[in-house]
Structure formats: C-alpha cells, structure tokens
Design a protein around this ligand. Sequence first.
Ligand SMILES: [Zn+2]
Length: 127
Amino acid sequence: MTPTPMRAGVMDSQRPGLVVTLPCRELSTGARVGRALLRLAIVSGIGLAILPVPLMHVCGAIVAAVAGPIAAVFAFRGRAVVGPGEISCPKCSKPLAVPAKLIGWPARFQCLDCKAMIDLTPAEAAP
Ligand SMILES: [Zn+2]
C-alpha cells in the first residue's frame, strides 16, 4: 500500500470532486489472475456442491457453468485495492471513513450521512 493521490467525486456528477490521498496498491496481472481463479473456484464450487441436491441440480449446473466465469471476469477487472482511510465527503463535506479493500477503478462506496455514492478514480486519469 502506497499513499496515492486520487479524485473523490459523487457518482454521475459532473463536478470535479476533491483530490485526496489514500493508501492504494495496484494489482499485478498475476494477482488479478489469482483473484479471478479464486472467485471462479468459489462460485463454481458452490454450483457443483448443490448439483446432488434434488430439484436444484439445474441451478447448480448454471451457477457452475455461467455464474462462475462471470464472477471471475468481474474479479479480473479490479485493477487496484484502495483504503482504508478518511476523507471528507465531496457532497456533504462531513468526515467519511473509506472502507478497507475497496476494488477499483472506480472504487465506489456510500456516504453514510448523505447516501451519495462516492467514486474514487486515479487523479492522473481525470481530465
Ligand atoms: Zn456525504
């Protein structure tokens, strides 16, 4: 984890947001493949585990064959791990705790005060 400047904005807002510094670790391709395979093993494993259950075996096959690879693709798309830390909310300006192990980019979490969905993106990628 290295402190990294990033932009905190409100999701779907055109306002530029705030630049904050939070701990961040970029995932290597190997780490991303590892995460994807782990997710595939977990989701497809659940699907295979319910295969012997009567009336559930079709669902199990679908989970194992379809949901597992989809979950793996989503796991592979995560390129960085962000947090934990504290910023002020770009919408309501209240102090806001950033949960640990957010997956980016964008890393998203909700402000507990104003319910705004906060987007964290790398500062250099912003226009
Ligand atoms: Zn807020």
